[in-house]
Design a protein around this ligand. Structure first.
Ligand code: SF4
Ligand code: SF4
Ligand code: FES
Length: 254
């Protein structure tokens, strides 16, 4: 019986400043049971030869946790941004169909399937997406959180900064300042925390500037692609309400 092969079509580019090297290359690699796209890329790495026998440089990509937790292996597979480690070959190409693999387009390209997601981490810093605890040890335990609030926050805490929601968002682009649904949802997460709420105003202020929550066009693409099923539209609605309140009554707090 003929060996089962996995057929991948990969969009490649040799470096950030080498758009002239952009090209599709096709590979056929041996099928392995339960194989995911990362495993298929590893097969290419072992033997970097295109399906027509041309020796090429191994395809560059990023992966770390291999269990859809770190977000680093996010790429566009068959036209949809998702994690290569949880993209199973059996589901994508049950009858040997071609699987297309491309880098995300909304982040600067580094090489082949690797992009620079730093902007998301910089934006998390901009909105202070953490709970300030330094110097509070002597004050004893902080305020308690209700199980109801905990449940809401747990869903939001699953974000892995993968960038799928930004890749799908029509308002988010490399040259526009909009921060996107992910950051807005993280502001909600930390503003709902009983201790984090002490800095809620600062986080809302950061989202009331150019590129903030008002720039969301409410197209809802983000919520449809989030692999963690985070209620992003609820977060956008909730943060929009909070920023409006702050805009109208913020002067009372000054
Ligand atoms: S609702 Fe639309 S515009 Fe707003 S963040 Fe989501 S995809 Fe982007
Ligand atoms: S909100 Fe969802 S899609 Fe967006 S970065 Fe977080 S996990 Fe990824
Ligand atoms: S390797 Fe971490 S999400 Fe895929």
């Amino acid at each position: 019986m003929a060996e089962r092969l996995v057929h991948l079509k990969v969009l490649r580019q040799d470096g950030p400043d080498k758009p002239e090297t952009r090209r599709w290359e096709e590979f056929k690699v041996p099928y392995l049971p339960q194989m995911n796209v990362v495993a298929a890329l590893q097969q290419i790495q072992k033997r970097p030869k295109t399906h027509d026998g041309k020796e090429v440089a191994p395809v560059a990509w990023e992966a770390s946790c291999l269990e859809e937790i770190c977000g680093s292996c996010t790429m566009v597979i068959n036209g949809r941004a998702r994690q290569a480690c949880s993209a199973l070959v059996d589901a994508l190409a049950p009858n040997g169909e071609v699987i297309t693999v491309e880098p995300m387009t909304k982040f600067p390209l580094l090489r082949d399937l690797q992009v620079d997601r730093q902007r998301m981490f910089d934006n998390l810093k901009k909105v202070k997406a953490w709970v300030f605890l330094d110097g509070t040890h002597e004050l004893g335990p902080g305020p308690r959180e209700s199980p109801g609030a905990q449940e809401v926050r747990y869903a939001l805490s699953k974000c892995m900064t993968c960038g799928c929601c930004l890749e799908a968002c029509p308002q988010f682009a490399q040259d526009v300042p909009f921060v996107g649904a992910q950051i807005i949802s993280q502001v909600r997460l930390f503003n709902l925390h009983p201790s984090g709420a002490m800095n809620a105003g600062e986080r809302l202020d950061a989202l009331m500037t150019d590129g903030g929550v008002a720039d969301c066009g409410k197209a809802q693409n983000c919520v449809e692609v989030c692999p963690k099923e985070i209620p992003l539209i609820d977060s956008i609605a909730s943060v929009s309400r909070e920023t409006t309140k702050r805009l109208l009554f913020g002067w009372l707090l000054k």
